[in-house]
Design a protein around this ligand. Structure first.
Ligand code: TYD
Ligand code: ZN
Length: 407
């Protein structure tokens, strides 16, 4: 038994993925002996409905000066964050005097640049120095720190309270969610609004997209859990908006209790989650069985194709792929290399199973018979770009929501 990271109730892991490396820990051969692994087990808290990792590596192991994730690698994500910024301007900032907006985990400035360009007072908080530098180079105010209650107090002293706080794919990374929520309550003006989005538990369960579970994602939220977590800090869930990003995300808007009207979509989503069984242990037992089936199907398919002499490569050395590859025990015998457009990943090996990561040119220069779509969340953008691969007889292997071949 351990205790829930949110409410301290006793929780019991319902599934172990075995030993996992750091999902974004792409490495060179000489670093293999020092590679770090942790037991990746997940639990669900019946009390506050929060899905969580039992153990999480120290943040410094995951977010540092060599962090490999740059949000702007996807064209679609750029469009997405522009629309996100436009929504915040329209709903919160546009009629306020000299409003102040803070973004946590502002990465390479993919969203903040829109507020900056519109002349809003802004501040990004991005612990990974190398990614923050990319934002600073574009004139985006960025602080390289981990957000906490203490930092929130410092920010208020320095800049005053914020009209809007935004974050995308960040809160699910932060284990001490209570400190962060207390920090938001301090940082926000009495009529300020917190808006954040993260991969959505409802989608993970529905699609068996277990690859959303990795070291960085200490939580996978639902409206039920978000409402319960922030209620403790006097922040009320006022709206929810489903997003297609990261294979199915949810955007949550919260504000000091009583300061804003609550949209009907909140209670509607919470009801949907109840009928999906997100509050029931049996749902997670079934999820574990679905993961085991997905693993057996994927390994079976790759082995059949390899035994017929087919060449298989991976497309997109995503963080998510680290979970799939290590949980399924898929290595260089199955997958020749993984092609990825992120320069910092190229020439390295994938965490744990050590498949070489190569540039996109290698994929086009030497197209395989089959490509495993590890960046399945970008399927639309990728299929559009890769019509030639299909036309030339290449085939995609997908594993979400089910393992199969796409011709
Ligand atoms: P992403 O799916 O955003 O996520 P995560 O790491 O959170 O699982 O990462 C996409 C990865 O795929 C990133 O390393 C860039 C790569 N990529 C390509 O190589 N080609 C593409 O066309 C796209 C869209 C992404
Ligand atoms: Zn709990």
């Amino acid at each position: 038994m351990t205790s829930c990271r949110v409410c301290n109730s006793d929780i019991q892991p319902f599934m172990s993925f075995g030993d996992m490396p750091i999902a974004n820990g792409f490495l060179m051969e000489e670093d293999y002996p020092e590679e770090f692994f942790f037991q990746m087990e997940v639990a669900f808290c019946k009390q506050c409905c929060t899905f969580q990792l039992i153990n999480q590596p120290a943040p410094e192991r995951m977010f540092h000066e060599n962090y490999a994730y740059f949000a702007s690698t996807s064209r679609y994500m750029q469009v997405h964050f522009q629309a996100f910024a436009e929504m915040i301007v329209k709903r919160i900032l546009h009629d306020r005097t000299d409003p102040f907006i803070v973004e946590l985990g502002s990465n390479d400035g993919i969203m903040l640049k829109h507020y900056k360009d519109a002349g809003y007072r802004h501040l990004g908080i991005e612990p990974s120095e190398n990614v923050a530098d990319v934002a600073r180079a574009q004139g985006i105010e960025t602080l390289s720190e981990f957000f906490s209650f203490d930092l929130a107090e410092q920010l208020v002293a320095q800049h005053g309270q914020a009209d809007a706080v935004v974050c995308a794919n960040v809160l699910c990374h932060i284990p001490d969610i209570n400190s962060v929520a207390a920090g938001f309550a301090t940082l926000l003006k009495p009529d300020g609004v917190l808006t954040f989005e993260d991969p959505y538990l409802g989608d993970v369960i529905k699609k068996t997209s277990y690859d959303q579970i990795y070291d960085e994602h200490v939580f996978i939220f639902s409206a039920t859990s978000v409402s319960s977590i922030f209620e403790r800090h006097n922040l009320e869930l006022i709206d929810v908006m489903p997003q297609i990003t990261h294979g199915g995300s949810m955007r949550y808007m919260l504000a000091p209790k009583g300061s804003h009207t609550v949209s009907h979509s909140v209670s509607k989503l919470i009801e949907t989650e109840r009928s999906q069984g997100l509050h029931r242990c049996e749902t997670y037992e079934q999820f574990r069985r679905n993961c085991e089936k997905s693993r057996a199907d994927l390994v079976g398919l790759l082995e059949t194709l390899r035994s017929c002499g087919k060449r298989i490569v991976g497309y997109g050395a995503t963080s998510k792929s680290t979970t799939v590859l290590n949980y399924c025990g898929i290595g260089p015998d199955h997958i020749e290399f993984i092609s990825d457009t992120t320069p910092i990943k190229q020439g390295k090996y994938t965490p744990g199973v050590h498949i070489p990561v190569k540039s996109y040119n290698e994929f086009t220069a030497n197209p395989p018979d089959y490509a495993v779509l590890f960046a399945w969340n970008h399927a639309a953008e990728i299929f559009e770009k890769e019509q030639k691969f299909l036309n030339d007889g290449g085939k995609w292997i997908s594993f979400v929501p089910e393992v199969g071949i796409i011709e």
